[in-house]
Ligand binder design. Structure first.
Ligand SMILES: O=C(O)CCC(=O)C(=O)O
Ligand SMILES: [Fe+2]
Length: 346
């Protein structure tokens, strides 16, 4: 990627500082059934979701070999020449595959990614126009090298999907709902996708970011980061950026905007970003659990009563996702769509 092009440079107020504050408080939750009952886990996870919006899990049931196989395939893929990678580059009609020019909030991210849909084909709206009900099908694109990438992605996604559903059940329980009440939104036509991230070393780590500050728009994210570190979370209590310390073998779980809306603000989707460094490259794998495109997202009826009025208007997930995809692809002159645009006026 060479020297820092102005497209990557963050506005001064969003530039990272080199002094890193390591997170002390981000909860580390042991999912082992020998340690906790579902009720106890639900309480712990509910607390982590309302206090932090972020937590890490261990003894999560995803086999280590499965993660290592994908990590090693991702390294091989990103290690190729850019011409090779661009053979599976995403374009206006096929948004899955390789991409090296993503914007977050209209600033280029110092990264390259490889996106894989979990359900094939993934069905999404053609356009952001609310009156246009046409849909389009997304198919995965697989590179020739490494040949094991496809199988590694498919195995990993099957395992991590189970973990994501377990988290969803614990979140439902923690909200006082039946354990299986949220899984149904992901049963048919989910728009879940996985993203392999590669952050090359950056000559100016105080000017650019690997991923600019953002919230994840979906239901929840399961993230595997390597040992390099760089993920920072904006602490709810004082707005300070703190580093999520890599914990070997753990997964990071974060609440997305949909869970925030469903819970009517009980749980918060928290802003985060990725710092790059001048020496080491960094890899991560994000699994974004997203519902079917036709899902109408709104505070859950079971949680609404005279003391808890809905804080959000309902919105269509597919249209929201399509807006986001457009703004990540091309630089725009206005702020891209955000869930807070659906917040009710106080
Ligand atoms: O690489 C990471 O640690 C986080 C990436 C992320 O936040 C995202 O892709 O939404
Ligand atoms: Fe994110």
């Amino acid at each position: 990627m060479g020297e820092v092009d102005p497209a990557f440079i963050q506005d001064p107020e969003h530039r990272p500082r080199l002094v890193v504050i390591e997170a002390e408080g981000i909860p580390l939750i042991d999912l082992s059934p020998a340690i906790s009952t579902s009720e106890k886990l639900a309480r712990e996870i509910g607390g982590a979701c309302s206090e932090w919006g972020f937590f890490q899990v261990i003894n999560h049931g995803v086999p280590l070999e499965c993660r290592q196989k994908l990590e090693s395939a991702a390294r091989k893929f990103f290690g190729q020449d850019v011409e090779e990678k661009r053979k599976v580059r995403r374009n206006e009609t096929s948004v899955l595959g390789y991409f090296d020019a993503e914007n977050t909030k209209n600033v280029r991210d110092w990264k390259e990614v490889f996106d894989v849909a979990v359900q094939e084909p993934t069905v999404v709206p053609v356009s952001t126009d609310p009156a246009d009900d046409r849909v389009v099908e997304w198919f995965n694109r697989w590179p020739l090298y490494p040949s094991e990438l496809r199988e590694a992605c498919e195995e990993y996604s099957r395992e991590v999907e189970k973990l994501a559903h377990k988290m969803l059940e614990l979140i439902a329980l923690s909200l006082g709902l039946a354990a299986n009440s949220l899984n149904v939104y992901f049963k048919d036509h989910q728009t879940t996708f996985m993203r392999l991230n590669h952050y090359p070393p950056c000559p100016s780590p105080t000017l650019a970011l690997g991923v600019g500050r953002h919230k994840d728009g979906g239901a929840l994210t399961v993230l595997a980061q390597d040992e390099v570190g760089g993920l920072e979370v904006r602490k709810k209590s004082d707005g300070e950026w703190i580093r999520v310390k890599p914990t070997p073998g753990a997964f990071i779980i974060n609440v997305g905007d949909i869970v925030q809306v469903w819970s009517n603000d009980k749980y918060e989707s928290v802003e985060h970003r990725v710092m790059v460094n001048s020496e080491k490259e960094r890899f991560s794998i994000a699994f974004f659990l997203n519902p079917a495109h036709y899902t109408v997202v709104k505070p859950l009826d079971e949680l609404i009563d005279e003391n808890n009025a809905p804080k959000f208007k309902s919105y269509n997930w597919g249209k929201f996702m399509t807006h986001r995809k457009d703004s990540a692809f091309t630089k725009q002159n206005v702020e891209n769509i955000q869930t807070h645009h659906f917040r009710m006026q106080e």
